[in-house]
Design a protein around this ligand. Structure first.
Ligand code: ADP
Length: 289
């Protein structure tokens, strides 16, 4: 079948493209799969490196720990980081007939990433726009998610073709969670991201300000390394909620490298509390949004 293939660095796209005549049947499969999903949570950011994947992973893990049936879809074509953040590096998704099976990272959490289809984490995936969209479409259509309460989608950064494709293809109901850092430069990117959501008519659950204050590894106190309040200002200005602020915590970096997200562990550190605040805020958004 035409699963998103194992890539070689010189590969310029999926091994074969669906022919035009097959499109309606494929659309039907896609729409049937999407109908079994309760709500899509699109985790977006104006640019890379602000902690979008970290937020996506922690939200997905925390939701699964609260007993929900969760899917986590990593559609970052160029730098899929979800396998690393969840300790799944080296594992691969399996196929069954025409279908791809997600990996179960923990009870209630199914994970799909292009990084779980390539031979090695360092495989470069060199795709251009239409190929990327075709790959995203295949991931949505060919993966048997089963019934899910939430599908958390770690979108590629920015407001280009890929986030556009994944939001449009995966359908409704959907909610955007926009991740930023406190600096003005990141905040400017987020403004574009909010405009993108509005153009797509995608309801915005709110903004998460990540790396908001540094937790000192010695005394546990928090201080503002990158300035303060950028996310809050932006949220106020844009008329959307601030879902919460996640501190810059060395434990998040270490946990990410070790495949152990904060939300997978018990704790009452400022970081644990911050993720809980974000999750509670998100869950309070009406399901119909
Ligand atoms: P993005 O998806 O926006 O590119 P990532 O989630 O991959 O960003 O995060 C980039 C790096 O920053 C990762 O190494 C991650 O562990 C680290 N990181 C993210 N958020 C925090 C935080 N709040 N504190 C410390 N490190 C963080």
């Amino acid at each position: 079948m035409n699963h998103v293939p194992t890539q070689s660095p010189e590969c310029s796209g999926p091994q074969s493209q669906p022919h035009a005549g097959a499109q309606p049947a494929e659309d039907l499969v896609l729409s049937e799969r999407m109908q079994r999903i309760g709500r899509r949570l699109f985790v977006l950011s104006g640019k890379g490196g602000v902690g979008k994947s970290t937020v996506a992973v922690n939200l997905a893990v925390a939701l699964a720990r609260r007993g929900r049936r969760v899917g986590l879809l990593d559609v970052d074509v160029h730098g899929p980081s979800i396998p690393t953040l969840l300790g799944l590096t080296g594992r691969r998704m399996l196929g069954r007939g025409e279908t791809l099976l997600p990996l179960e990272a923990m009870a209630g959490l199914k994970v799909v990433s292009l990084g779980l289809l390539t031979d090695s984490p360092s495989d470069a995936v060199v795709w251009r726009g239409p190929r990327k969209n075709s790959a995203i479409r295949q991931l949505l259509r060919d993966v048997d998610w089963g019934d899910l309460d939430e599908l958390v989608v770690d979108c590629p950064p920015g407001t280009g073709d890929e986030p556009l494709g994944v939001v449009q293809l995966s359908g409704r109901p959907g909610l955007a969670v926009v991740v930023t850092t406190p600096q003005e430069v990141a905040v400017a990117d987020v403004r574009r991201c909010l405009t993108f959501c509005r153009l797509l008519d995608l309801p915005i659950a709110g903004i998460v300000e990540n790396m908001s204050g540094m937790v000192c590894p010695h005394c546990g106190q928090t201080f503002a390394l990158f300035g303060e309040g950028g996310g809050e200002r932006l949220a106020r200005e844009a008329g959307v909620p601030l879902l919460g602020r996640i501190p810059l915590d060395p434990a998040i970096g270490k946990g990410g490298d070790a495949g152990l997200p904060s939300a997978s562990q018990e704790g009452d550190s400022p970081t644990h509390t911050a993720f809980k605040v974000v999750l509670d805020a998100l869950l309070s958004v009406p399901a119909s949004a």
